[in-house]
Design a protein around this ligand. Structure first.
Ligand SMILES: C=C1C[C@]23C[C@@]1(O)CC[C@H]2[C@@]12CCC[C@@](C)(C(=O)O1)[C@H]2[C@@H]3C(=O)O
Ligand SMILES: O=C(O)CCC(=O)C(=O)O
Ligand SMILES: [Fe+2]
Length: 344
């Protein structure tokens, strides 16, 4: 069965867009990483907050439907993921990113590859580099990489990652089901989509590191983007308001961490399935002078060979049907414009 790595193989990325800066040794922002003053570095709005939903609330389905439609992003509490698991995965990510650069380069993502250490895939679309390093895991890809990094002690990393991926899969399945139920679609479609996604190989785990930056007002952690798959679950439990979302007519809004909550955002594939009722949210990450921020994002998606199209039988579809693999290739070529390319 092909997986997400195969979907990216035809879109190689140049090494200069994969090898991150050696952030540990740098004391000023080089020109290559200095972003011009632009809208994405404008002051943010702190007074508005995205919805926080208790998953044990009997109205969770309605609340999720409303938040997905109105915001494309929300936080969940009472999600059943133990705090120890959230902390363990963050701790392993910090251990990985604290390694010397020569070690991290041993597991560098290859130009045609999708897993391993490197800059974000969106890097080639911007003229400046981001203040960010990432580590992407698809399926059990972390095993070989962890053996390279810690030949005598790779088990700890792999166990934490495996356990985390399993738990995220359960939670993503639960949230996807609630999200789909709140759309006006048939019971059969809901059941078959949720089940086939659960059995799929279309998920990825991304460890993100945003090192301390000597001039945070001129650098950006992750440039504005939407996530590509169905939904993303983000663990930013112990951190500051570095994640921001863009809201039309308002501007950039900070997503303040709620203790022990997880952030859930709608991705492009759910945008298509819902016929744009649940919009994928445009977001970015800023950096800090004295805080090395770590986040862990789980991307949940269907099989790469499945067909995605608006599910409603009563609405006129505004997107054509296409395979997940085809959407990934359109996104790899056109980034933000991908959805407009498939509009009917
Ligand atoms: C499944 C995936 C989503 C992602 C590309 C990836 O193969 C694994 C990394 C993911 C990530 C994380 C940082 C932001 C992002 C846009 C990127 O460049 O790599 C997302 C990708 C995405 O959602 O398109
Ligand atoms: O680090 C964050 O808060 C967001 C990360 C993100 O947007 C991503 O991994 O796609
Ligand atoms: Fe993202």
């Amino acid at each position: 069965m092909s997986n997400l790595s195969d979907a990216y193989r035809d879109y190689p990325v140049h090494l200069k867009h994969i090898i991150p800066l050696d952030f540990h040794t740098i004391d000023s922002v080089p020109e290559s990483h200095e972003w011009p003053h632009s809208d994405c570095l404008e002051p943010v709005i702190d007074e508005i907050s995205i919805p926080v939903i208790d998953l044990m609330d009997p109205n969770a389905e309605q609340l999720i439907g409303h938040a997905s439609g109105n915001w494309g992003i929300f936080q969940v509490t009472n999600h059943g993921v133990p705090l120890s698991m959230l902390m363990d995965v963050e701790c392993e990510a910090r251990r990985l990113f604290s390694l010397p650069v020569e070690e991290k380069l041993k597991v560098l993502r290859s130009p045609e590859g999708a897993t391993g250490y490197g800059s974000a895939r969106i890097s080639p679309f911007f003229s400046k580099f981001m203040w960010h390093e990432g580590f992407t895991i698809i399926g059990s890809s972390s095993l070989d990489h962890a053996k390279e990094l810690w030949p005598h002690d790779y088990k700890r990393f792999c166990d934490v990652i495996d356990e985390y991926q399993k738990k995220m899969k359960e939670l993503a399945h639960q949230i996807l089901l609630l999200t789909l139920k709140s759309l006006d679609i048939s019971e059969e479609d809901i059941a078959s989509w949720a089940a086939s996604t659960y059995e799929s190989n279309g998920a990825a785990l991304q460890l993100n590191s945003y090192p301390c930056c000597p001039n945070p007002s001129r650098a950006i952690g992750l440039a504005p983007h939407t996530d590509s798959l169905l939904l993303t679950i983000l663990n930013q439990t112990h951190d500051s308001s570095a994640l921001q979302i863009f809201r039309d007519g308002v501007g950039w809004i900070a997503v303040a961490p709620v203790p022990q909550a997880l952030v859930v955002n709608v991705g492009d594939l759910l945008h298509i399935l819902s016929n744009a009722k649940f919009p994928s949210v445009y977001h970015q990450v800023i950096v800090s002078e004295n805080k090395h921020r770590i986040s862990v994002a789980y991307f949940y998606g269907p099989r790469t060979d499945s067909e995605v199209a608006p599910l409603s039988k009563v609405e006129v579809p505004i997107y054509r049907s296409l395979s997940v693999k085809e959407f990934i290739s359109i996104k790899a070529k056109h980034l933000d414009k991908a959805l407009s390319f498939i509009r009917i």
